[in-house]
Design a protein around this ligand. Structure first.
Ligand SMILES: NC(=O)c1ccc[n+]([C@@H]2O[C@H](COP(=O)([O-])OP(=O)(O)OC[C@H]3O[C@@H](n4cnc5c(N)ncnc54)[C@H](O)[C@@H]3O)[C@@H](O)[C@H]2O)c1
Length: 259
């Protein structure tokens, strides 16, 4: 097991991609600390993994909560090997008139918390430690009305190269930028069935929508010694979606101007 005796932190690790990452680390021998606002899902994880998992129900948008979380993690484990800044939310954008407060709330969760957690753990990273920030392909492309989320993702992608330089020689820092990831199987519902269509799959050059495991695989690679020469990078994992060039009338694509 590649992560025996390692201590890994996953924010937003109670559901979705974060839960898949937390479970993948545990399956590879790590002990994992999860900070998440969802107590119900967090409790289920503790029941499943017992002493392999420390769950702290807390909100990463609050400075004092981050400080309390860091203190508890260091009290329990004394070091950090991997920090996965995963949690983020969206509160839409210009079309919906996302407010000043809501915009800042998204940035606090998506950018400020990853920065502040890194600072709180800065003196406690073990040799060979790694940080992986979960960004999005939306850091480089947009739909309308997505400004709060897109700004957070631009922020965390830029934060990634800044931190990699500040922590040079101590901690490698990379980001994973997922495309469309179907997280249904990692949400509350146990009997999830997929809700996307065959064209949804076919538009991806890889021929399918992403799974949380696609992201967890890349996170574990970036945290491993195999990725020892990877630093400061934003790695897109999107089934090739951002590489497909689209022109109206070409290859079956149609621009509907009413939308
Ligand atoms: N699912 C996708 O298609 C996709 C695509 C690109 C990027 N991403 C990114 O991947 C990451 C995970 O996405 P997901 O789809 O699994 O999200 P999700 O909404 O399914 O899960 C997010 C988790 O974070 C927790 N959380 C939210 N706000 C929090 C807060 N303030 N404090 C603590 N915990 C909080 C939630 O309770 C939840 O458990 C996010 O950064 C997201 O932007 C997802």
């Amino acid at each position: 097991m590649k992560f025996n005796d390692k201590i890994c932190i996953v924010t937003g690790g109670a559901n979705g991609i974060g839960r898949c990452i937390a479970e993948a680390f545990i399956h590879e021998g790590a002990r994992v600390a999860v900070m998440d606002t969802d107590a119900e899902s967090g409790t289920k994880l503790v029941e499943k993994y017992a002493d392999k998992l420390l769950f702290i129900r807390s909100d990463i948008s609050e400075k004092e909560s981050l400080e309390r979380f860091a203190k508890k993690v260091l009290g329990a484990f004394g070091k950090v090997d991997c920090l996965i800044n995963n949690a983020c939310i969206s509160k839409k954008g210009l079309v919906s008139r996302c407010s000043y407060e809501d915009f800042n709330d998204v940035l606090r969760i998506g950018v400020t918390a990853p920065y502040y957690l890194t600072m709180l753990f800065a003196e406690h990273f073990a040799p060979g430690a790694a940080i992986v920030n979960i960004s999005s392909t939306r850091y480089l492309m947009s739909q309308p009305d997505t400004e709060s989320y897109t700004a957070a993702k631009g922020g965390i992608s830029a934060l990634t190269h800044a931190l990699s330089v500040s922590l040079a020689g101590k901690v490698r820092v990379n980001a994973v930028c997922p495309g469309w990831i179907d997280t249904g199987a990692y949400q509350h519902e146990d009997d999830y069935v997929q809700r996307y269509s065959s064209p949804d799959e076919a538009q991806h050059p890889a021929g399918r929508v992403g799974k949380p495991q696609d992201i967890a695989n890349m996170v574990l690679y970036l945290c491993s010694e195999d990725a020892g020469f990877m630093d400061g990078q934003n790695i897109v994992v999107d089934g090739g979606m951002t590489r497909r060039m689209i022109y109206h009338g070409d290859n079956g694509w149609t621009m509907n101007e009413k939308e």
